[in-house]
Design a protein around this ligand. Structure first.
Ligand code: ADP
Ligand code: CIR
Length: 337
């Protein structure tokens, strides 16, 4: 998308602009320049970048989310989580369900423009608030600094912790001072987790085995509501919650299942096309930019901007239920004589 939308004309317009944090066009486009296989190729170096470099961001946002430059993100509306139900009550298809959202803390730039003090301040502020959570969210913050390689690898293997050294983030200048200021919080049952200072200031995650979307989403809603009483987040009336990557704007929600759909997966191109029709995105078993292992796919809502939180969840639920129906239909044709 960087290649498509950074025309000579747009380049001339933006090349000397700077945000009040000092971020430049180079900070925005570095990842795509270094990684020609990027899907998007741009990141917002700070919350102002979406406005200062809008001639580049707006068309990318429109193509990814179908969100026009004249549109506005609706007010936050979590809806009633209970209405979402369980997507796979018999446990035949869904291995696990995860809902995450991102939050940036007001007054701070994003990765390429953050200095060491920003990382350490944010970590201190965030870990203090998280460790004051009680009841089912009660847990501990584990800084990456000092965590053994073995512990990190196990947390990554179990899908709890971010991978290290993502080349897209690396090129975006997002891994400076690593592992300082980075870490993970989780509750005792590892059903509520928070990533600190990886791609975004905060990634809040609710996950567990099975397809009980109502409970998993309900836990996230509760957690975010409790945390936002203590911390102010960056929100823009047009773009919603502001994130480092333009694909995460708006609700910032990615609700995913790890699901086995062996029959649909046989023709991967047709499977992806079907998923797209239901506004779903297919990723590999270990997340973005990875392959499927043992026929397990990570399927989530594609759109996060221009709709409410509850609509994003409903779109995901409806799409997943449809895919399960299609898989069942193929099972039926194989079983009939
Ligand atoms: P993000 O969701 O934060 O954008 P990734 O695609 O990199 O980022 O995924 C992060 C981690 O979450 C990966 O380890 C991935 O396998 C794991 N994950 C995503 N969805 C699920 C799920 N439904 N169940 C278990 N793990 C999941
Ligand atoms: C890229 O451009 O490929 C990476 N910076 C990640 C983009 C967001 N992910 C996505 O659309 N799947």
């Amino acid at each position: 998308m960087l290649k498509k939308y950074l025309t000579r004309e747009v380049f001339e317009l933006l090349k000397e602009r700077k945000t009040s944090y000092g971020s430049t066009l180079l900070d925005v486009i570095r990842s795509g320049l270094c990684n020609p296989d990027s899907h998007i190729g741009i990141y917002a170096a700070d919350p102002e970048a979406y406005v200062v470099f809008k001639e580049l961001f707006n068309p990318v946002i429109e193509e990814y989310h179908g969100f026009e430059s004249s549109s506005s993100q609706p007010e936050t509306n979590w809806g009633n989580p209970e209405e979402l139900g369980n997507l796979d009550p018999d446990g035949a298809y869904i291995i696990s369900t995860r809902v995450r959202c991102a939050r940036s803390i007001e007054g701070y730039p994003f990765n390429p423009t953050m200095n060491e003090t920003h990382y350490l301040d944010l970590e201190k502020k965030v870990s203090g608030v998280l460790e004051s959570l009680t009841d089912d969210l009660k847990g501990q913050y584990y800084p990456l600094l000092g965590m053994s390689r073995e512990t990190q690898d196990q947390l990554i293997e179990d899908h709890f912790l971010f991978k290290e050294g993502d080349r897209f983030l690396e090129a975006a200048n997002s891994n400076r001072f690593w592992p300082k200021g980075r870490g993970i919080f989780f509750n005792d049952t590892k059903t509520f987790l928070v990533w600190c200072n990886e791609e975004d200031h905060l990634r809040l995650i609710s996950m567990e085995e099975g397809g009980d979307l109502a409970t998993i989403y309900g836990r996230l809603v509760d957690a975010v509501s409790r945390i936002e009483r203590e911390i102010s987040f960056s929100r823009n009336s047009r773009l919603g919650y502001l994130t480092f990557c333009p694909t995460n704007l708006g609700t910032t929600i990615r609700a995913s299942v790890h699901i086995k759909l062996p029959r649909l997966g046989r023709d991967f191109e047709a499977f992806q096309e079907m998923a797209r029709k239901f506004y779903l995105q297919v990723r590999g078993t270990r997340g973005e930019h990875t392959e499927s292992e043992d026929g397990v796919y990570d399927i989530s809502n594609q759109r996060r901007l221009g709709l409410t939180e509850f609509q994003a969840l409903s779109e995901m639920r409806d799409g997943i239920l449809q895919l399960i129906e299609q898989e069942k239909a193929l099972e039926g044709t194989e079983q009939s004589p």
